[in-house]
Design a protein around this ligand. Structure first.
Ligand SMILES: [Zn+2]
Length: 257
């Protein structure tokens, strides 16, 4: 596992997202309650992950108090605000911006557990996804969420996030290509490839590297779950190309890489 990347600074985000306003190519993102904001399409996966958390808390981003991409300068400065790239504001009447330190209680209607969960989201490349203005150290901007990683980090996917069908299909095709590099394995085999399979199957460490009964049972369960066709008597006895493909795909989509 790579070490957790730090959140990018404002200057870092601006540089990573290209430095010029992206609103002209922003597309609508629809929240669980049907409201929409326009945002760069590369942020939509991050928004989806945030939206599913908001949905769990029945927290509704409600127009007209929400705003996506805006080509504007930072407050009191001339550089573009992160709102020109990857920040949005949520329910600004209930979560106002302050020019002085203001306590959360009475000034923010978002549940603590919800904003904590949003700020805990990470990409598969192990970068934090969202920064929240309510966590600014002195002045609070409770309405404000900003992406704090690069577009490449977002493109790696969100851990535990929902993937679109199209995204899943692309990963599945990718997994199929990768599966070509793994050998056909049979019950009784030993070696590095067996160990790799055992790791992907989630078998406990230390891994034996031997395709025994424990491994066979796990493979059989995977094949049944993923509806991988095989002669019934041979359930779990071999790891063929299709089984490798599912193993790799599951590992990617669970963010265990
Ligand atoms: Zn903002």
């Amino acid at each position: 596992m790579a070490t957790r990347k730090p959140a990018l600074t404002t200057a870092g985000v601006r540089a990573a997202w290209g430095g010029h306003c992206l609103c002209a190519t922003a597309t609508p993102f629809r929240f669980w309650n049907g409201s929409t904001i326009n945002m760069d399409p590369r942020t939509h996966g991050a928004l989806e992950a945030m939206d599913s958390i908001m949905d769990q808390y029945h927290y509704a981003p409600t127009p007209p108090d929400i705003g996506g991409c805006v080509c504007r300068a930072i407050t009191g400065g001339s550089l573009l605000s992160l709102h020109a790239f990857c920040a949005w504001d949520c329910n600004w009447q209930a979560n106002p911006y302050f020019t002085y330190p203001a306590p959360r209680a009475g000034h923010c209607d978002m549940p603590v557990a919800m904003t904590d969960a949003i700020c805990a989201l990470t990409t598969r490349s192990d970068a934090p996804v969202w920064g929240w203005g309510g966590n600014y150290t002195s002045i609070k901007d409770y309405m404000h969420f900003e992406v704090v990683c690069t577009p490449a980090d977002l493109a790696s996917g969100i851990v535990g996030g929902t993937m679109s069908k199209q995204e899943q299909l692309l990963w599945f095709i990718k997994a199929g290509k990768e599966a070509q590099h793994f050998p056909f394995l049979r019950f009784g085999d030993s070696g590095a490839a067996v160990k790799t399979a055992q790791k992907m199957l989630g078998l406990p460490e230390p891994l034996s590297g031997h395709f025994g009964v424990g491994t066979k049972n796990k493979v059989a369960a995977l094949q049944a779950f993923c509806k991988i066709r095989h002669p019934h008597a041979h359930a779990g006895m071999t790891i063929n190309h299709t089984t490798w493909q599912w193993l790799i795909f599951n590992t990617v989509t669970k963010g265990r890489r």
